[in-house]
Design a protein around this ligand. Structure first.
Ligand code: HEC
Ligand code: HEC
Length: 456
């Protein structure tokens, strides 16, 4: 096995500049630090994910700022003068409570409650639109907090056990395997309920991802290089509640949401118990008085502002693009097949009303497609066309700033990986060959690959 890896890399080196006939898998070093095109922000501080794109018009910037205030706002149960409408059951009191610094959440430390992570639930089968089948009394998400006087839907705890392995050079490693327990359900939780733990992902650059044409994404699904290597992904198709039609899914960890408007309105509804004209029903039973009141808690104007806020968050510029180790790491990233799924470069189309995200050359390191990641990462809970083993390739831009923005380096859908190396080692299924190739790299090559990821 080791010989195969060496040969592949030797080949890569021998081909030199002639390789890039198939862009996704064999790109030249991306010395372009402008990861978000014109939406790139020069900030590598704890605010790196919270900056508007520098190319916003004054009018768009004003809307962004108005939406920012709502994104940060702490909501309280109605009636209240300011920010009413929270609950009665919810997972957090603000968008920023989970997407801290517009970045990512994490699983709780020992003794802590879940805060920036949520649990989707469903029964086997699908609803009228092909989406997950709601659990009576629970819907499709466990609300782990509740207003005074009510009990939360359930209590969830996580414990970890160790799983060890070794790199080809003999260096050992240990991964942590999560185990979840759901106790104290407020009503009977049916046997066989499917549970999907999900950490809040970063919120920047999403307007650019929304602007990538559908045709680009579907073409990546049939990219010959990915097909030949057996790692081609497929798009999700989901119900677009605002448009009232089926659309290509891009957002959510299983590409289970089509647009930022749907994603934002669904977050208000399911994560905070705040209704809007798009999702006017509280995520709880009608026997609770607050639930019977179906007047939207949040106006369309404010929903629009928060959606535009998320749409116009810029992408931090890369650091150290000229560093030789980083460039070597980037070659390895392409050489061992990471770039087949984490596609380095995409071109956005034209979005009416959002000139700042239109016609941008971006480096998100995602194909926005679903991939089978093997049994180790499986949640066993289908979500539209995503099976219980599939996840959307997450964008890797900005990932090297996670520690600075969020104070941790917990990665993957449930935050089980404690650093980038563990995130790679968990790749199974279609990602297994790349993870195996990573295990066969020398220590200095592994470090170069990580240095590259940290430059994003
Ligand atoms: C309880 C924690 C929590 C709260 C509160 C929350 N989110 Fe999220 N957010 C998540 C999780 C978890 C996901 C992934 C959801 C999925 O996979 O279905 C997510 C996904 C998203 C995405 C898609 C990101 C991507 O990469 O696809 C956006 C946009 C988003 N949230 C915006 C918001 C907004 C706006 C609010 C406030 C109205 C909000 N969120 C409130 C946890 C939260
Ligand atoms: C077959 C497609 C595929 C390949 C090949 C692949 N990845 Fe991934 N990668 C994914 C998917 C899907 C996830 C999300 C898995 C999850 O959350 O459970 C992911 C997650 C990650 C994460 C964590 C991101 C986050 O936001 O939590 C990192 C880092 C990463 N991959 C790096 C790599 C590297 C480096 C390689 C090459 C060794 C690689 N990947 C190869 C599909 C792929």
């Amino acid at each position: 096995m080791r010989r195969i890896a060496v040969t592949a890399l030797a080949l890569l080196a021998a081909c030199g500049g002639d390789v890039p006939s198939r862009p996704p898998s064999s790109p030249p070093p991306t010395t372009d630090a402008r990861s978000g095109g014109g939406m790139t922000v020069d900030d590598a501080t704890s605010k790196a994910f919270s900056r508007p794109g520098p190319n916003l018009s004054a009018e768009r910037l004003a809307l962004h700022t108005a939406g920012d205030a709502v994104f940060e706002a702490t909501f309280v149960p109605a009636p209240a003068e300011v920010n009413p409408g929270l609950g009665p059951r919810f997972d957090n009191v603000s968008c920023a409570g989970c997407h801290t610094g517009d970045g990512r959440g994490r699983p709780p430390a020992a003794g802590e409650a879940f805060n920036s992570m949520l649990f989707r639930v469903s029964l086997p089968g699908s609803d009228a639109h092909g989406g997950p089948m709601p659990v009576p009394g629970f819907g499709t998400q466990l609300a782990l907090r509740a207003s005074v006087g009510l009990t939360p839907m359930a209590v969830v705890t996580v414990t970890y056990t160790d799983s060890s392995g070794t790199f080809a050079d003999g260096e050992p490693y240990t991964l942590r395997v999560p185990h979840y327990a759901i106790t104290d359900p407020y009503r009977e939780l049916p046997a066989g309920v499917l549970v999907s733990p999900r950490v809040a992902p970063p919120n920047f650059g999403l307007g650019l991802l929304e602007a990538v044409p559908d045709a680009t994404i579907t073409a990546l699904a049939s990219d010959p290089d990915a097909v030949d290597a057996g790692v081609a992904g497929h798009p999700n198709y989901v119900w677009d509640a605002a448009g009232q039609h089926v659309a290509l899914g891009r957002f959510g960890l299983k590409a289970n949401t089509a647009t930022l408007l749907d994603q934002t309105a669904a977050a208000f509804n399911a994560d905070m118990g705040i209704t809007t004209s798009l999702f006017p029903t509280e995520p709880c039973d009608d026997d609770i008085p607050a639930c019977a009141d179906h007047a939207p808690d949040l106006s369309d104007d404010l929903l629009h502002a928060v959606t535009e806020y998320v749409r116009t968050l810029g992408v931090p510029a890369r650091r150290k693009v000229d560093d030789a180790t980083v460039q070597h790491g980037e070659q390895l990233f392409a050489g061992i097949g990471c770039a087949r799924c984490h596609v380095p470069t995409l071109q956005t189309g034209v979005v009416a009303g959002a000139p700042e995200v239109s016609n941008q050359r971006i480096h998100p390191y995602t194909d926005l497609l679903l991939h089978d990641m093997g049994p180790g990462l499986a949640d066993g809970r289908p979500d539209y066309l995503a099976t219980g083993r599939e996840w959307r390739t997450p964008p890797l831009w900005g990932i090297g700033l996670t520690a600075i923005v969020n104070g941790h380096t917990n990665f993957l859908h449930d935050g089980r990986a404690r650093n980038l190396t563990e995130a790679i080692l968990w790749h199974g299924g279609q990602g297994a060959a790349a993870a195996d190739a990573f295990r066969r790299l020398s220590k200095s090559d592994r470090q170069a690959l990580i240095a590259f990821l940290n430059s994003l």
